[in-house]
Design a protein around this ligand. Structure first.
Ligand SMILES: [Fe+2]
Ligand SMILES: [Fe+2]
Length: 483
C-alpha cells in the first residue's frame, strides 16, 4: 500500500490524493471546470440553506480505519475532492480475455469508447440525484434528516468530480467535452434529460427520498462494485473509495424507512387499530399507512430494476470480455472468470409465464448483477417486517415480481400484478392504483410534509433515529439554519 496517498492534499484549490499540483494540465482542466460546477450547484443544488452551517463529514484520508472528519460547513464551502483508494501492488485484471494480465494505468486504446461511455453514464447519475432532491430541504422532518440529505447531496457532487477527473485526465478533448455535458443535462428536462430513466423521475417527498436512497443508490452500489473490478486501475480505485461514502446513503434509506414503519406501527397500536390495511383510519392518525409504503416500494424498486438494462445484453458481454466491468465480488467467485462456456438462468417470458431459461453467462451479466441486487435489497425488508411483526401486526412488505411495472428488458411490453400474474391493458389501467402510488396517495403524503426545524424535534410521521450521526446526542443541532 502506498502510504503517501493515504492523506489528502488540501493545500490546492481541489483537495486530492492524486498529486494534482504536479499534474498541471489536469489541474488546469479541473480548475476550468470548477466555476461551471459551482454555477450548477447554485442553480440545481439544494434549494435554500446554502448559508447555513451543516454538520458534514469530509473525507480527509482514504484510510479505511478513519477517513472522515465531521465539522460545521456551509455547503458551497464543502471541499469537493479527488480521492482514489490506494493502489494495490501487482494487481492483475480479474476477469475477461485479459484475465491475469497486469492492470492498465492508461486507457487501453481498443476499449477507449466503451470505457468512456461507462464513466459518463456513472457520472451522469451523480448530479441527477442532487437535482431530483433539491426541493426536499424545505419539508425536512428534522434537522437530523436535513443534515443527512445534504450529506448525500455533497457526496453525490463529489462523485461527479470523481468521474470528471477520470474524463479529463484520461480522455483528452472528448473527455473535457463530456465533463461539460455532465453539467448541462438536467433531471426531468424535456430537451436534455439525464441519461437513465430513474434519474428523471421526481422525488416529491421524504418517503420517496428514503426509497430512492435505499433502492436506487443500491443500484449505484452494484454498478460501482462491478466497475471497482475494472482492469482500468484508476477507475477501480475511484469506485472503491466512492463505495465507502455510498454506504451512508443506503443507511439513510434503510433507517429512514425503518423509522417511518416504526412510527406507523406505534401510532396504530396507541389507537388500538387492529387492521393495518384500514387506510382511512391509519391516515387519520397523521402517519403513513403500510399499504402506501408498499406502493412506494413497488415504484422505486421497479424503477431501479430498469437501471440494470436488458437481461440479455451483448454490451455487458463485451465490457466483461474487455476487462472493463466485472461481476459483483468478482475476485471471490470460484470459476474461470472468462465465462466462455458457462450458462446463467435468465428470467424470461415463456408462453405467458415468467420462467428461468439458461442463457450464455456472458450475455446474462446484467441479469446476474440484478439478482445480486435483489438479494441485497431483501435485507432491509427483513428489518422492516421485523418491526411490523414485533408490533403485533400481520402485514409483510414484499418486493414485487420482476415482471411488474417494467420499462426495460424482457417484461417491458407486458403488464403483470406484483405477484407476477400477467394481465391485459384494461385490467392494468383499472387496478394500477392498487399497486403504485396514486395522485391521492401523493397528496396525502404531501400533506404530512411540514418542516420541523426545532433542535431534537421530529415530524409526527417518523420516529427519531436510534443513534445520532457521529454519536451526537438527540438534541444536537445538525443544521444551524441561517435565515
Ligand atoms: Fe454517488
Ligand atoms: Fe449515493
Amino acid at each position: 500500500m502506498n502510504v503517501n496517498i493515504m492523506n489528502v492534499d488540501y493545500s490546492t484549490k481541489i483537495p486530492n490524493n492524486v498529486n494534482l499540483s504536479e499534474d498541471r494540465q489536469v489541474l488546469k482542466a479541473l480548475e476550468g471546470w470548477h466555476p461551471g460546477y459551482m454555477n450548477w450547484w447554485g442553480d440545481m443544488g439544494p434549494e435554500g440553506f446554502q448559508q447555513s452551517l451543516v454538520y458534514l463529514r469530509t473525507a480527509y484520508s482514504v484510510d479505511p480505519r478513519g477517513w472522515a472528519k465531521f465539522d460545521y460547513v456551509k455547503m458551497p464551502d464543502y471541499r469537493w475532492g479527488i480521492l482514489l483508494a490506494p493502489q494495490e501492488e501487482n494487481r492483475v485484471i480479474p476477469f475477461g480475455q485479459h484475465y491475469g494480465e497486469p492492470v492498465w494505468q492508461e486507457v487501453p486504446g481498443e476499449h477507449r469508447a466503451m470505457l468512456r461511455r461507462l464513466i459518463v453514464i456513472q457520472g451522469d447519475t451523480e448530479p441527477a440525484s442532487v437535482e431530483q432532491q433539491r426541493h426536499l430541504g424545505k419539508t425536512a422532518p428534522s434537522l437530523y434528516d436535513l443534515r443527512n440529505l445534504f450529506q448525500v447531496n455533497v457526496e453525490e457532487g463529489r462523485h461527479l468530480w470523481a468521474m470528471v477527473y477520470l474524463l479529463q485526465k484520461y480522455f483528452g478533448r472528448d473527455g473535457r467535452e463530456e465533463a461539460d455535458e455532465l453539467l448541462r443535462r438536467r433531471s426531468g428536462d424535456a430537451d436534455s434529460p439525464r441519461m437513465l430513466g430513474a434519474f428523471n423521475e421526481a422525488t416529491p417527498d421524504w418517503l420517496s427520498f428514503f426509497m430512492f436512497t435505499y433502492f436506487t443508490d443500491r443500484d449505484g452500489k452494484m454498478q460501482l462494485h462491478s466497475l471497482a473490478q475494472s482492469g482500468f486501475d484508476p477507475l477501480s480505485r475511484t469506485c472503491r473509495f466512492m463505495l465507502t461514502e455510498e454506504a451512508h446513503h443506503m443507511f439513510v434509506g434503510e433507517t429512514g424507512i425503518s423509522r417511518v414503519v416504526q412510527r406507523t406501527c406505534e401510532a396504530m397500536r396507541a389507537a388500538a387499530i387492529s387492521d393495518p390495511t384500514d387506510i382511512a383510519k391509519v391516515r387519520a392518525l397523521g402517519v403513513i399507512d403500510l399499504p402506501t409504503i408498499q406502493k412506494k416500494l413497488n415504484l422505486h424498486y421497479t424503477l431501479s430494476l430498469d437501471l440494470f438494462g436488458s437481461e440479455v445484453s451483448t454490451n455487458a458481454a463485451n465490457a466483461f470480455n474487455a476487462g472493463i466491468k466485472g461481476r459483483y465480488h468478482e475476485t471471490q467467485i470460484k470459476d474461470d472468470h472468462r465465462l466462455q462456456n458457462d450458462t446463467y438462468p435468465v428470467l424470461k417470458l415463456v408462453d405467458g409465464q415468467v420462467k428461468r431459461v439458461n442463457e450464455p453467462a456472458l450475455t446474462a451479466l446484467n441479469m446476474r448483477l440484478r439478482d445480486d441486487y435483489t438479494q441485497d435489497c431483501v435485507k432491509g425488508l427483513l428489518r422492516w417486517n421485523k418491526i411490523i411483526s414485533t408490533a403485533g401486526y400481520d402485514f409483510k412488505l414484499a418486493l414485487p415480481n420482476v415482471a411488474f411495472h417494467r420499462a426495460i428488458g424482457e417484461f417491458k411490453d407486458v403488464h403483470a400484478t406484483p405477484d407476477g400474474v400477467l394481465i391485459d391493458d384494461a385490467t392494468w389501467n383499472k387496478r394500477r392504483n392498487e399497486w403504485l402510488p396514486s395522485a391521492g396517495d401523493g397528496e396525502f403524503i404531501a400533506s404530512l410534509m411540514r418542516p420541523v426545524t426545532g433542535v431534537g424535534e421530529f415530524a409526527p410521521w417518523i420516529s427519531p433515529p436510534k443513534v445520532g450521526i457521529d454519536n451526537k446526542p438527540g438534541d444536537f443541532e445538525y443544521v444551524k439554519i441561517e435565515t
